[in-house]
Design a protein around this ligand. Structure first.
Ligand code: GLN
Length: 242
C-alpha cells in the first residue's frame, strides 16, 4: 500500500502549517509501513488524476488566491474533477476550500473556483472571523467526532441547496458566522476553514483521510500510540471551549 499525495500550489497556498499537515500524514503512513510519496503542482503544472490518492490545497491570502485561481481552472480543474470522480480525496483548507467552490467574490472581483463543492464565498463587510473553533462531524458510520482547530477568514461561505456541510459548529464562526455550519463535503471532497495544524490536532480525521484515500476502512489501519495526539486534541478542544 502507498499513499500518494499531491499538494496544489505548495509555495503559494501555504499558510498556517499546511506543510505540517502533510508531514503528519507521512509519519502516520510510515509508522504503519505504508508507503508515502509527495509531490507538488505549482503554476502551469497539470494534474494527473490517476497518479495521486489525496490532493491537498492549503490556505492563502486573497492575493495568493487571485494569483492561483485562473491557473487552477486552466491546468488543474479537469484533472481534479476526474480524480474526485474516481474516489480520490480532495481536501481544501481555508483559501483552498474557497477555491474548491464556484467563486469567491471580493468587492468588484470574482475569483473563480473549480466547482467541486457547491459553495460560494463572498467577502462581506464586517470583521474577519478569527478564533478557535470546534465542530461536530458525523461520518458515514453515523459516529460523531469533534474536529477542533483555528479559523481566520474574511470570506463568508454559503452552501448551495443540496450541499452537505462538513459539520455543525459547536464553538466559533464556521462558514459564515450565522448558519451554524462549517465546511462542506461531497463524497471524498472536503473543504474546511479549520487550519493551523488541523491534522495533528485531529488524529482521527487524519486517519480517516488516509483510509478514504487508500480505499480501505479506517478500522483496517494499524493502531498507533496516540497518547500525545490525544492530548493535542484535548488541548485544541479546550482552547475552543468544548
Ligand atoms: N483569503 C481568504 C479569506 O480571508 C482565506 C484566508 C485563509 O486561507 N486563511 O477569507
Amino acid at each position: 500500500m502507498e499513499l500518494r499525495v499531491l499538494s496544489l500550489y505548495p509555495e503559494q497556498m501555504n499558510i498556517y502549517a499546511d506543510r505540517g499537515n502533510i508531514l503528519f500524514l507521512q509519519r502516520r503512513c510510515e509508522w504503519r509501513g505504508i508507503g508515502f510519496t509527495w509531490n507538488g503542482a505549482g503554476p502551469g503544472e497539470s494534474v494527473d488524476p490517476a497518479a495521486h490518492d489525496l490532493f491537498y490545497i492549503g490556505g492563502g491570502q486573497d492575493r495568493d488566491q487571485q494569483l492561483c485561481a485562473q491557473d487552477l481552472i486552466e491546468t488543474k480543474r479537469d484533472g481534479l474533477h476526474q480524480a474526485a470522480a474516481r474516489g480520490a480525496v480532495v481536501l481544501g483548507v481555508c483559501g483552498g476550500y474557497q477555491l474548491l467552490g464556484h467563486s469567491y467574490i471580493l468587492g468588484a472581483d470574482e475569483i473563480p473556483g473549480v466547482g467541486l463543492l457547491d459553495v460560494r464565498t463572498v467577502r462581506e463587510d464586517g470583521p474577519r472571523l478569527i478564533g478557535n473553533v470546534a465542530i461536530e462531524v458525523t461520518l458515514d458510520d453515523d459516529a460523531a467526532h469533534v474536529l477542533a482547530g483555528f479559523e481566520n477568514h474574511g470570506g463568508r461561505t454559503h452552501l448551495g441547496a443540496g450541499q452537505q456541510p462538513l459539520g455543525r459548529v459547536l464553538k466559533g464562526y464556521g462558514n459564515d458566522g450565522r448558519s451554524g455550519y462549517e465546511g462542506a463535503r461531497s463524497a471524498n471532497t472536503i473543504g474546511t476553514y479549520l487550519h493551523g495544524p488541523l491534522l495533528p490536532k485531529n488524529v482521527w480525521f487524519a486517519d480517516w483521510l488516509i483510509a478514504r484515500a487508500l480505499g480501505i476502512d479506517p478500522g483496517e489501519l494499524a493502531p498507533l500510540d496516540d497518547a500525545i495526539e490525544r492530548q493535542t486534541s484535548l488541548s485544541a478542544r479546550h482552547a475552543a471551549g468544548v
